[in-house]
Design a protein around this ligand. Structure first.
Ligand code: FE
Length: 228
């Protein structure tokens, strides 16, 4: 079996939210898909059983899905993807509202959102597939939705085979080394910099201010290693 074949499947990037009593949480998810059409549209999401959001969805039977814009910053995705609601309040600096099902709805960098009530679930080895009936939905703004591929290849800094301009620029600046975050795997590519974090393209890693943090997981420069 060639496991690389699986990488040809396309995914988006979403923040799935839920609640338990008066506590709220959310996490970044790439597996969200519509499974039936109106008049009773249903969607499915796949959530790791160890995640706090899994516990909250199981408890409340409701979840929200914020469909992220392509230009959503890495720190928003990282805040919900590489941190646990058991350790931090993920909504501390986030613009959100409470939806009809009383789950939080992320408003920043969101194109549209869905709210669903769980009508079925399928237990898989590590994950649960939740099936939800959509009970509320709204478009917030127009734009291109973020895809998993865009997040990794364009925002995350590996070389996209389909983007010749990026390859050309890499050759031009190939003498500048890349650095990898040892916590989350984010690659700092000097060619691209970290515009969301105020680092201009072309900035060598050594010249980044010491108070800069990993745009995805938030650790300091000390946790980066040179990629040779
Ligand atoms: Fe990181």
């Amino acid at each position: 079996m060639d496991s690389k074949a699986l990488r040809k499947i396309s995914y988006g990037l979403y923040i799935v939210t839920s609640r338990k009593g008066d506590k709220i949480n959310g996490q970044t998810v790439d597996v969200v898909f519509q499974v039936t059409s109106p008049p009773s549209p249903t969607i499915a999401i796949c959530i790791n059983k160890q995640n706090l959001t899994h516990e909250y969805i199981s408890d409340s039977g409701a979840f929200g899905v914020s469909i992220l814009a392509q230009d959503a910053p890495l720190n928003l995705i990282g805040n919900f993807g590489f941190k646990s609601g058991r350790d931090i309040d993920k909504f501390g600096n986030i613009n959100y509202k409470m939806g009809e099902t009383n789950v939080p709805i992320i408003l920043d960098d969101t194109l549209s959102y869905l709210e669903a009530k769980v009508i079925d679930r399928l237990e898989l080895s590590t994950h649960t597939l939740f099936i939800g009936e959509v009970v509320a939905a709204e478009v917030i703004k127009e734009g291109e939705p973020m895809t998993y591929a865009y997040y990794h290849q364009i925002k995350g800094g590996t070389s996209p085979k389909t983007a010749p301009t990026f390859i050309k620029e890499e050759k031009k600046m190939e003498s500048l080394p890349k650095y990898e975050c040892t916590v989350c795997g984010y690659i700092y590519d000097p060619e691209k910099g970290d515009p969301d974090g105020g680092i201009a393209p072309g900035t060598p890693f050594e010249e980044i201010p010491d108070d800069w943090v990993c745009p995805i997981c938030g650790v300091s420069k000390d946790d980066f290693e040179r990629v040779d």
